[in-house]
Design a binder for this molecule. Structure first.
Ligand code: AMP
Ligand code: ZN
Length: 437
């Protein structure tokens, strides 16, 4: 069997991956908070862990992996977005979850086996919080329930930060009801008109971290093989998940391997942020006419732990390489190349795996090897024919999005731009379709 090695954030080194049960490998990745469109940085963990899932299925068998990616559908940012639009939070979460799945689907990301939603697991969270109170790791204060960080001597092992850095980094509110400034919220009160559930601590809602601990326990067990997410989640989110789960489960560790992807930034600027005005959504990029598979290739062009600089040049280069590979790709039925498999098995070395693809001469082997990376979703004819259509689909999607924002001037401009090319739009109950006049 192929030996997989993964860099484990907890051990701070690459370790040989040995699942507790090779017939049921378990992986959990923290998924989106559904209140806005995913930017290309948000797509990085989705694509990276999609490749890891494909590799695990290849090595252990298609039915041996249970991959869960949650949907955070209870969150203050969702509540604010719902209030701003004057709609129920479920309208916001449904809309943006649908967008998320469509955007990730365009990038060739397969749906995880389980997509647990926080709002449907409040009962499990309440049970875990009650357990943490019973074990002396949590306490009720002022309508809140807090996890008492000093009660867990193992706290901080993942990020290895010192206490002051942790308090500063978590930007935790130093509220009067806290016994220790590092204590974090498990449950908080909801005022009237704000989403909430009845509990023995009053009507309220869960804090963010507890949802992952409770949903992992519910769907995968006390200890899972792999826990993943972006680097920014190491602290406080994963540190807090670890503490909650271990204290609720008599010391059983939450995960055996911790895998974190590095950050994507826009070329020339430090980070992607709304205030810098350089947030690029997956939808924007598709609307510009870039194919999802080109974006996927670009995301995989750097090793997942390294920072990735996003730029037009990177997209253009990815497209040129994929066009070249599509000229060589053959029929299904080949066996994946050892070199590609070995590169991926060595801590998901996707840049090396992509370089190896270019050296493969047999078209069927190339197709099978690309499949490990989720590439070659179309056949060569479709790839080159779809060229123009993908751009039109993108413009139509941009118009739909403009209408949703009530930016009718932009929507009309896009309709006119398409009309000038002889494209006729038809708006119907299922959305907008187009045809050549
Ligand atoms: P969020 O919806 O903000 O909770 O983020 C969803 C996922 O995207 C998390 O795993 C984050 O770590 C990850 N993420 C957010 N921004 C970036 C970025 N610029 N580069 C890479 N990953 C990111
Ligand atoms: Zn999580």
């Amino acid at each position: 069997m192929t030996e997989i090695r993964l860099h484990d954030t907890m051990a701070r080194e690459k370790r040989v991956f040995t699942p507790a049960d090779p017939a049921r490998v378990t992986m959990y990745v923290c998924g989106p908070t559904v209140y806005n469109r995913a930017h290309i940085g948000n797509a990085r963990p989705a694509v990276v862990f999609d490749v890891l899932a494909r590799l695990l299925r290849h090595v252990y068998g298609a039915d041996s992996l249970v991959y869960a990616r949650n949907v955070t559908d209870v969150d203050d940012k969702i509540i604010e977005a719902a209030r701003a639009e004057g709609v129920d939070p479920s309208v916001i979460t449904k809309r943006y979850e649908d967008f998320y799945l469509a955007d990730m689907g365009a990038l060739g990301v397969q749906a995880p086996d389980i997509a647990p939603h926080a709002a449907s697991h409040v009962g499990q969270m309440v049970a875990m919080i009650a357990r943490l109170i019973a074990t002396g790791n949590a306490y009720e204060a002022d309508g809140h329930v807090l996890f008492h960080v000093p009660s867990d001597p193992g706290y901080g092992a993942l990020g290895r930060r010192d206490r002051d850095a942790m308090i500063a980094g978590a930007r935790v509110e130093v509220a009067g009801y806290k016994r220790d400034p590092a204590d974090f919220v498990l449950w908080k009160p909801s005022v009237d008109g704000v989403i909430g559930w009845e509990s023995s601590w009053g009507r309220g809602r869960p804090g963010w971290h507890i949802e992952c601990s409770a949903m992992i326990r519910e769907h995968l067990g006390e200890t899972i093989d792999i826990h993943g997410g972006g680097l920014d989640l190491i602290f406080p989110h994963h540190e807090n998940e670890i503490a909650q789960s271990r204290c609720a489960h008599q010391g059983a560790p939450l995960a055996r391997y911790w895998v974190h992807n590095g950050f994507l930034s826009m070329a020339g600027s430090e980070k992607m942020s709304k205030s810098l005005g350089n947030v690029v959504t997956v939808a924007d990029l598709l609307a510009e006419g870039h194919k999802g598979e080109v974006l996927r290739f670009a995301l995989l062009s750097a090793h997942y732990r390294q920072p990735l600089e996003w730029s037009d040049a990177l997209i253009a280069q990815s497209k040129a390489t994929l066009d070249r590979l599509y000229r060589a790709v053959g029929e299904a039925g080949g066996v994946a190349d050892e070199g590609v498999l070995n590169a991926l098995s060595d801590d998901l070395n996707t840049p090396l795996a992509l370089a190896r693809l270019s050296a493969i001469e047999d078209g069927a082997v190339l197709r099978a090897s690309g499949a490990l990376l989720g590439l070659f979703g179309s056949d060569a004819t479709g790839w080159f024919q779809g060229e123009g259509d993908a751009r039109i689909d993108g413009l139509v999607a941009a118009r739909t999005e403009a209408k949703r924002r009530k930016d009718f001037a932009e929507a009309d401009r896009l309709r006119a731009e398409l009309a000038a090319e002889g494209i006729v739009l038809e708006d119907g109950p299922q959305g907008t379709t187009w045809r050549r006049a």
